[in-house]
Design a protein around this ligand. Structure first.
Ligand code: 7RM
Length: 653
């Protein structure tokens, strides 16, 4: 990672003084409600993580108990050594003998409006059927299966069916191109692909099978493509290679015993893009991953028996794996799953769904919240949101302005917001409040989860003081950590374990406040260096978003002879505001007033769209190239909307 100056301290100029204590009403029934008791357990668990995690692991179903909790030979961790279990058995079979048997596991709504509910009993049956379909098509324990599906229950069914027979799933976002599918097939060595004829997005059909056909041109390694019929779109069936899911189902039994695998048996590979080089295949294993996803779901979302829990993430993102499938199902929760876009047919689709299904917990991303703000307060106001009791966010730092909007307009100032920090690599939530105990502040993920030894350090690994910015690291292994980059262990060492000696480096910059709360200031690679001052992107962007005209903002540095870097802000406006010199001046002034002259943008560029990944993260790397007037290079396969690049060229000053 390039160092941009001798000093690595990141300055902080934004202060947030609002504090929201848990309400009595919420705390009354919460898993943790006493702040002092929680902090005591937190401190103990960080000192002896193995003790805490062993207790959580013991609440899962093991066919053979482990003999050792952790075997750590940096950077390689083995959790629950010698233990054997099955992830699908933990998510399904375990719930069939008690009152969960006929409880809704998945409540699904398609974008065009179809509705389906699968109880635990029904979901179990579907998973067994598909596990047998996989077996019938030659899939064995350890084989890699690529899943390229719309957000339908069958996507989760395919994942759980893989887990049931020990196969390793590799889910690829339904929005990715055939080129990305091909790369991931080749890198993971997948021999079977599960897909659908198509999926719905903004009223259109995404031709998933057609993309798979293109990806497979000239690829011999894939023996079988199993196609789920979702849209009845006319598709090509390659004789001898492609089979229909529903036809195969006629030949198999509805019972399939779960295969107990070693705790360290691979559960899945999920690719995450790097700014340079090819995507990294993040490898997760079974026992530790399931332990931490189950425990965090239970405590961070303060899950209760009667909750209707909705995580809006796509299944192709790690959030969909951990908090749409494994975490909630391991807890016997009822999950809502919605296939399509939030603004289809109108910008109130989410609020309609919440009212209709009585959603109690909503987990979504800051990028979605900023879009809702842009579309206007009238949309949520049309619907009864009184069933909600808890809100969550993940994916990016949430600007305090967006936090307050979410708190007031969606949570009606009643619902705590859990801002959860974690990564594909960490597998599960690492830093987040416990909603019944932790006082909240807009813009911070607050404190580490039990057993997580997170710290902010300088280049030498020395912890920095309060309010000092530095590198966010994790000093001790945790159960759901990635085990390696699939097929590239040297890259795993270099990427995560060489930046700060002995610690896992997250790639994020952060600071802690006087209460020890963690504030993520942005990716270290994106830190600005203005006249020797190092500024995180999050604070400058938060100051921009706090201007009443601004809906969303991204700041990057542009090379500057005098200052080293000049600050360029790309800005989208809220409806009713007009781009122009006056507004540009007002916005610059506003930033200077709220965080200081040093952060005042040199240029404001108005644009309708920002380049984002499918999970909604702003791709600042591309904006940096635009700001410097350079051609766009590097991996753009994760970009959500390719037309953005052409539009950005035209962004006006
Ligand atoms: C779950 C997920 C990981 C990166 C991470 C951060 C950023 C995620 C937060 C956040 C501030 C948060 N996995 N990030 N959550 N930043 N506050 N609550 O997003 O692999 O796709 O991305 O996302 O930079 O390193 S991910």
């Amino acid at each position: 990672m390039a160092k941009t100056s001798e000093s690595t301290v990141i300055e902080s100029h934004l202060t947030e003084n609002r504090v929201f204590k848990p309400s009595k009403e919420f705390s009354k029934n919460a898993h943790f409600s006493n702040l002092a008791a929680y902090k005591k357990l937190l401190a103990q668990s960080i000192k002896s993580p193995e003790k805490f995690w062993a207790k959580e692991a013991a609440s899962l179903l093991w066919s053979k108990k482990w003999t050792q909790v952790l075997k750590w030979k940096a950077p390689f961790a083995k959790w629950f050594v010698g233990g054997r279990l099955n992830a699908s058995e933990n998510c399904l079979d375990r719930h069939l003998t008690g009152p969960h048997r006929n409880k809704a596991a998945i409540i699904w709504e398609g974008e065009p409006g179809e509705k389906r509910t699968l109880t635990y009993h029904q979901l179990h049956r579907e998973v067994c059927l598909f596990a047998n379909i996989l077996k019938r098509n030659g899939v064995k324990s350890g084989d890699r299966v690529l899943i390229y599906m719309p957000l339908v229950p069958e996507a989760a069914i395919a994942m759980l069916a893989c887990a049931r027979i020990g196969a390793v799933h590799n889910v690829v976002f339904g929005g990715f191109s055939s080129e990305s599918i091909k790369d991931r097939i080749m890198d993971s060595g997948a021999s079977v692909v599960v897909t659908a004829d198509g999926g719905y997005r903004r009223g259109q059909i995404v031709p998933l099978k057609q993309n798979v056909d293109q990806a497979l041109a000239g690829v011999k390694q894939v023996r079988r493509v199993i196609v789920f019929r979702r849209t009845h779109l006319d598709i090509h069936i390659e004789e001898g290679r492609d089979v229909w899911w529903h036809r195969e189902a006629e030949y198999v039994a509805a019972n399939c015993a779960p295969l107990a695998v070693d705790s360290e048996h691979p559960l899945f590979i999920l690719y995450t893009s790097g700014s340079t080089g090819k995507p990294k295949g993040i490898l997760h294993t079974t026992g530790g991953y399931l332990t931490q996803t189950a425990a965090t779901t239970k405590y961070v979302f303060d899950l209760r028996e009667d909750d209707v829990y909705w995580c809006t993430a796509d299944i192709g993102w790690v959030t969909g794996h951990s908090y749409l499938v494994y975490g909630p199902l391991a807890n016997g929760a009822t999950c809502l799953m919605y296939e399509g876009a939030p603004n289809w047919p109108e910008p109130d689709r989410f609020w309609k769904l919440i009212a209709e299904y009585g959603v109690t917990i909503l987990y979504t991303a800051p990028t979605a919240i900023r879009a809702f703000m842009k579309w206007g307060d009238e949309w949520p106001r049309k619907h009864d949101l009184s069933s909600l009791r808890l809100l969550g966010t993940v994916g990016e730092p949430i600007n305090p302005e967006a936090w307050m909007w979410y708190f007031k307009n969606i949570g009606k100032s009643r619902c705590p917001i859990v801002d959860t920090w974690w990564q594909t690599e960490t597998g599960a939530i690492m830093i987040a409040p416990l909603p019944g105990a932790t006082p909240l502040k807009p813009g911070t993920a607050t404190l580490p989860f039990f057993g997580i030894d997170a710290a902010i350090v300088d280049d030498n690994g020395k912890e920095v003081g309060p309010m000092e910015g530095g590198k966010l690291v994790v000093r001790k292994p945790w159960p759901s950590m990635l085990r390696t980059i699939y097929g590239d262990t040297p890259r795993f060492r270099k990427q995560y374990w060489s930046e700060v000696k002995g610690f896992y480096f997250t790639g994020d910059g952060a600071r802690r406040d006087k209460d020890g709360y963690f504030w993520i200031v942005g990716r270290i690679d994106d830190v600005l260096n203005v006249a020797g001052h190092r500024l995180g992107t999050a604070e400058v962007e938060s100051a921009l978003v706090a201007h009443p005209g601004v809906a969303e903002a991204a700041v990057v540095g542009r090379p500057d002879d005098i200052k080293g870097q000049a600050v360029v802000a790309f800005v989208t406006l809220r409806s009713g505001h007009k781009a122009g010199k006056d507004l540009s001046e007002a916005i610059r002034k506003h930033v200077a007033q709220s965080i200081g002259a040093i952060a005042k943008p040199d240029d404001i560029r108005f644009t309708d769209v920002l380049p984002k990944t499918r999970s909604g993260k702003i791709m600042r790397r591309l904006l940096k190239q635009v700001a410097a007037g350079k051609a766009i290079t590097g991996d753009t396969t994760t970009l959500e909307d390719f037309s953005v690049l052409a539009k950005l060229g035209a962004a006006q000053e």
